[in-house]
Design a protein around this ligand. Structure first.
Ligand code: ADP
Length: 295
């Protein structure tokens, strides 16, 4: 199984011709509420691709919490370790303008209440083949999860997003780090992906840097780096492309696929997701991904 220790957010998306400036009011064209959060997105991606997935985290005691939990359950994610805590669920307030540009306010809500592991979490992590982590929960919880996984020799896969300084010890407890190129640059001060990857290999044994339409760069200690190009597709919405990639990679590696094969399959899944609007809605199934990867 794949365990995810991470965030759940309701995305509140307003579509506007042009984003308002400070003090300005604009009239929007449309509004949507869609389940999101990097943790939940990775969990849904992995589940749709055939992974057995356990979500650890928290939703609030509000209507959003009910919907966030049911969206995970509908995708086949086990939610028994997803707590309902007092107060509001996490929300992301997103403005999308006619050029496709966006600005986002994330209010962590219930996610901020996840400050460590609860009884039962350690057992769930120990039973998993991999633990997926991101940085939308309090860092002490991320660190506790990574250390629990390490203690049980469970592979930890960390998406260091949103970019921020990491607590001492987090990279030391990480097996596979999957930053995008901006996060890799933020962590290392190096904008060239090969150089950033080499620098990161001082702290973690394996790195995948995602490069959007340019594909991915894989690096591991003592091996030649490997570039895997992305399939050429027409992207309409790249929201959660990185989360789809990570969820897919965890599924493929969990099946024991060799790294180059796993990277190609995860790239196929991510390329399918960018051709459709939405985050969790846009994630492909296993059958679709197998067919696209073979084409
Ligand atoms: P993030 O979504 O976290 O910013 P990236 O933009 O690097 O990360 O995208 C993650 C992965 O999604 C890429 O490595 C690639 O596999 C896939 N992807 C993103 N954009 C495209 C695109 N335009 N065409 C094909 N694949 C894409």
């Amino acid at each position: 199984a794949i365990a995810v220790l991470g965030s759940t957010n309701m995305d509140l998306v307003a579509y506007v011709p042009k984003a308002p400036r400070l003090g300005e009011t604009v009239t929007g064209r449309a509004f949507r509420t869609v389940p999101g959060g990097k943790g939940a997105n990775q969990a849904v991606a992995a589940a749709r691709l055939g992974g057995e997935v356990v979500m650890i985290g928290a939703v609030g005691a509000d209507g959003f919490g009910v919907r966030l939990r049911s969206a995970l359950a509908a995708a086949g994610v086990e939610t028994a370790a997803l707590r309902t805590v007092e107060g509001p669920s996490g929300t992301a307030h997103i403005t999308v303008d006619d050029e496709g540009g966006n600005s986002i306010i994330v209010v962590p809500g219930a996610n901020a209440r996840v400050t460590g592991l609860e009884p039962g979490d350690d057992r769930r992590i120990a039973a998993a083949g991999a633990l997926l982590l991101q940085l939308e929960l309090p860092l002490e919880a991320v660190l506790a999860g990574a250390r629990a996984a390490r203690a049980h020799r469970v592979r930890t896969i960390l998406t260091p997003a949103p970019a921020q300084p990491l607590p001492a010890g987090l990279l030391a407890a990480t097996d596979l780090l999957v930053p995008n190129e901006h996060e890799a640059a933020a962590l290392t001060g190096l904008t060239e992906p090969h150089r950033a990857a080499s620098a990161l290999l001082r702290d973690v044994p394996e790195v995948v840097i995602t490069l959007g339409a340019a594909g991915v760069l894989y690096a591991a200690r003592g091996r030649d780096p490997l570039s895997v190009p992305a399939p050429r597709v027409r992207a309409v919405d790249t929201t959660a492309a990185g989360d789809t990639f990570v969820g897919a990679l965890a599924v493929a590696l969990g099946q024991g696929r060799p790294v180059p094969d796993a990277l190609r399959w995860a790239s196929a899944a991510a390329a399918l997701s960018v051709q459709r609007p939405g985050a969790q809605d846009s994630m492909p199934t296993r059958a679709e991904t197998d067919a696209f990867a073979a084409s």
